[in-house]
Design a protein around this ligand. Structure first.
Ligand code: VG1
Ligand code: CO
Length: 543
């Protein structure tokens, strides 16, 4: 039986460029809203008949209800099989792995990533394609189009499927396989890294603190770090996923993971600290008394990949999103490998990874990953660091000091202005775009503009072009300013200002990046009139 229902709630579709829909949970919970979006997804991808899909989410409020809807609609669409994480849980990287391992046609991930959850928080739906990665723009555009002309959806009426028991069940003719969310992912990590070396590190008394922020990585980190690698019980904190993430903001950065920062900067701090986000694809790395910026972490990972056999064997190029600091470029140059610059968003790495052009990639927003899956992977980055530290037998601080001495240091910071009036933010960007051509040669806060442009990307693999990917201003003194509007915020507009400056003289390394960047920060305000136009005298979040 496939009853048809007319869509009564108009849905505001996703922006064509973003790979999924993120809205307030209350919006998603309106009658027919989720159903309409799922139907639009099925329509956009040419239906699900005979297909195998993967399904799971980060456990936030509405995750369990939404999973039942997706299953009923997959059955109504004639899907052959859905592989679901037990209790509808899967981290984003684990979902990506399951799609690849099972040669599924795609998957649905229920998450708004690092956005807060709960009835007053955010919810989201992401569609991933058969390579395990976020749907590329040609697919998201079709889904977007489908959201604009949807008239009905198809759903089977049934009791809830039992997702608590591992094993096979069915819904109509569709097979449902409920799997352990962690097992396959743990096996993959064991293949990639030298688990014996990390075990030995822990056995030697190396202390780690992993903050799962009450989100999805808790079960993964406990199973891998504690149960498999022997880190003492209690090394993983906030390990139980909660529907509202314990009222926290599961975004692993020094602001939202302040507890971890406090622990790592206190006397008796553990040797290594890490955190991940709502859906487990982001990571934060902290040593005793030192925070490693995501851009530096990516560069350090690339520089040390030779110490990990999996990556030493076959290191292709590396890739970073445009706003990510150019610390990676310096490492790539040193290693004699290609370094690609892509727009913000993981989907742009997919083609490079599929084509074997890049082995490692990352973003300044705490995303790092490799060709093992097609998503960024929080726990993977943590295990990479632990493996490197086990081989180098050094502290995080020592490793980074050596890194900066060898490659120079790219001071870096991102300033976010959140929930800004959407029109004012758009106008700021539009006006600056109009003035870009006039900037070269002008001085701001003691720095001279060398070039200024709007970033556009020509995909070297499929030749597709993506325009409007951020305003980029290169200044003297190895400085750079990038401005762009966030595509993931759910309230007003979020203006992101990315600031960078290079120091290659080891004698002049500063402790505080904000000090090192003072002139770049002043130049950004002078160029774009940020404070004036946003009505703010400081950013809301500095990372
Ligand atoms: C942000 C980050 C971007 C990241 C995206 C999704 O996008 O800047 O680097 O890929 O979130 O991350 P935006 O458009 O708000 O700047 V997550 O952890 O949602 O998967
Ligand atoms: Co995420």
């Amino acid at each position: 039986m496939t009853p048809h229902k007319v869509a009564t709630t108009p849905i505001e579709g996703q922006k064509p460029g973003t790979s999924g829909l993120r809205k307030k949970t209350q919006v998603f919970m309106q009658p027919h809203y989720l159903e309409n979006y799922i139907q639009a997804t099925w329509n956009g991808i040419g239906g699900v008949e005979g297909k195998t899909l993967v399904l799971g989410g980060d456990g936030r409020h509405f995750n369990d209800r939404a999973a039942q809807v997706v299953l009923r609609m997959a059955a109504a669409g004639g899907a052959a099989k859905v592989i679901v994480g037990q209790n509808a849980l899967l981290s984003t990287p684990a979902a990506s792995h399951l799609i690849r391992k099972n040669k599924a046609n795609g998957g649905i991930i229920l998450s708004a990533s690092h956005n807060p959850g709960g009835p007053d928080g955010d919810f989201g739906v992401k569609y991933n394609v058969s390579n395990g990665g976020p749907a590329p723009e040609n697919v998201t555009k079709k889904i977007f189009k489908a959201t604009q002309k949807i008239e009905k959806y198809h759903i089977v009426e049934s009791q809830d499927v039992d997702l608590g028991t591992i094993g096979e069940t069915s819904l109509g003719d569709m097979v449902i396989e409920v799997v352990d969310p962690v097992a396959d992912y743990r096996d993959l990590m064991a293949e990639l890294f030298d688990f014996d070396a990390i075990k030995a590190l822990f056995a030697d008394g190396f202390r780690v603190r992993f903050d799962a922020m009450h989100a999805i990585t808790g079960p993964y980190a406990s199973a891998i770090l504690e149960d498999t690698l022997g880190a003492p019980k209690g090394s993983v904190v906030n390990a139980t996923p909660l529907p509202d993430f314990g009222q926290g903001h599961p975004d692993p950065n020094p602001i939202w993971a302040k507890d971890l920062m406090d622990t790592m900067f206190a006397d008796e701090a553990p040797d290594f600290g890490a955190a991940s986000d709502g859906d487990g694809d982001r990571n934060m790395i902290v040593g005793r008394g030192i925070y490693v910026t995501p851009s530096d972490s990516l560069a350090a990972i690339a520089a040390n990949a030779k110490l990990i056999p999996t990556y030493a064997k076959d290191m292709r190029g590396v890739a970073r999103s445009m706003p990510t600091s150019r610390a990676l470029d310096r490492v790539a140059e040193h290693l004699g490998i290609d370094c690609y610059e892509t727009p913000t968003g993981w989907k742009f790495f997919g083609n490079l990874l599929d084509a074997g052009a890049a082995s490692l990639c990352g973003e300044e927003s705490a995303g790092t990953g490799s060709d093992h899956v097609r998503e960024k992977d929080g726990l993977w980055a943590v295990l990479f660091w632990l493996n490197v530290l086990a081989v180098r037998k050094q502290s995080v601080a020592e490793l980074m000091k050596e890194h900066w001495q060898t490659f120079g240091r790219n001071y870096y910071s991102r300033h976010d202005y959140e929930a800004v009036d959407a029109e004012a933010a758009q106008k700021l960007v539009d006006d600056l775009r109009d003035r870009l051509e006039s900037l070269p040669g002008q001085d701001f806060a003691g720095l001279t503009v060398e070039t200024a442009d709007e970033f556009a990307y020509d995909d070297p693999v499929d030749g597709s072009r993506s325009e409007g990917q951020g305003l980029r201003i290169i200044l003297s003194d190895g400085a750079r300013i990038v401005l762009r509007l966030s595509g993931t915020g759910t309230e007003g507009a979020t203006l992101r200002v990315y600031l960078e400056r290079v120091e290659t003289d080891p004698a002049r390394l500063h402790d505080d990046p904000q000090d090192a960047l003072a002139s770049v920060i002043a130049a950004a305000d002078a160029i774009a009139g940020i404070n004036d136009r946003t009505g703010r005298d400081a950013p809301d979040v500095i990372t």
